[in-house]
Design a protein around this ligand. Structure first.
Ligand SMILES: Cc1cc2nc3c(=O)[nH]c(=O)nc-3n(C[C@H](O)[C@H](O)[C@H](O)COP(=O)(O)O)c2cc1C
Length: 196
């Protein structure tokens, strides 16, 4: 039995194409794999806290020094790490905003990634991600087409962050493009016709 974690990061609710595409991916997964749990984290409805001076201090503290305030300040970060730990499949929907990911998704990553929690170091000082067996699907919605675009920082950024700081390398990207074109309609079946 598997657990799927759905990360939604567009503020546009059911109008969102990245939410639509990531939901279509989840429906495919539900057809293909035995799933007992679906965790949905809507980062637009419940935005992650920004890393501020006090919480950053807690991030660097040795767990042996945690006090009551530490547990409160790390509560969101610990919750989303637990969700990632529990998940076998992570489906991330994100709009392209100014060539990058949405702000809530960036804030989620900044709360998620932590030394000693999502990665450790080996004796040679190499970073070792702790979640290498998980599979990620990345659903990107963009107003333009990638061919007519500046370099794609979005896909490479998410892939590099997850690879370097969590060890996840099994990442498949699906895109819905040209969403701001006049008369645009979403054809998720077409985008996912070769879904694996
Ligand atoms: C602030 C902002 C920045 C955007 N930047 C880009 C961009 O760099 N490239 C692009 O192709 N589309 C861009 N768009 C268009 C969105 O990617 C597009 O509307 C997409 O469908 C949004 O995702 P959603 O439907 O999941 O909300 C931008 C839209 C906004 C509001």
């Amino acid at each position: 039995m598997n657990t799927i974690l759905h990360i939604i990061s567009s503020a546009r609710g059911d109008q969102s194409y990245s939410k639509g595409l990531s939901t279509a991916i989840i429906n495919r997964l539900l057809e293909q794999i035995q799933t007992n749990t679906l965790i949905t984290r809507d980062l637009a409805q419940s935005p992650p806290p920004f890393a501020d001076e006090i919480s950053i201090h807690e991030f660097y503290k040795h767990p042996g020094l945690y006090d009551k305030q530490s547990h409160q300040l790390l509560s969101y970060a610990n919750t989303i790490v637990e969700e990632l730990k529990q998940a076998d499949y992570i489906v991330i929907g994100t709009p392209m905003f100014n060539l990058g990911i949405s702000a809530p998704l960036k804030a989620w990553l900044d709360q998620l990634i932590r030394a000693g929690v999502t990665y450790t170091f080996d004796e040679q000082g190499n970073r070792i991600g702790k979640f290498k067996d998980k599979k990620v699907y990345l659903a990107i919605a963009s107003g333009g087409k990638s061919t007519s675009h500046a370099p794609d920082y979005l896909e490479s950024y998410v892939k590099d962050v997850l690879k370097i700081y969590t060890g996840i390398t099994n990442i498949k990207t699906y895109r819905i493009e040209d969403t701001v074109a006049e008369g645009f309609t979403a054809d998720y079946d077409q985008i996912l016709k070769d879904f694996t």
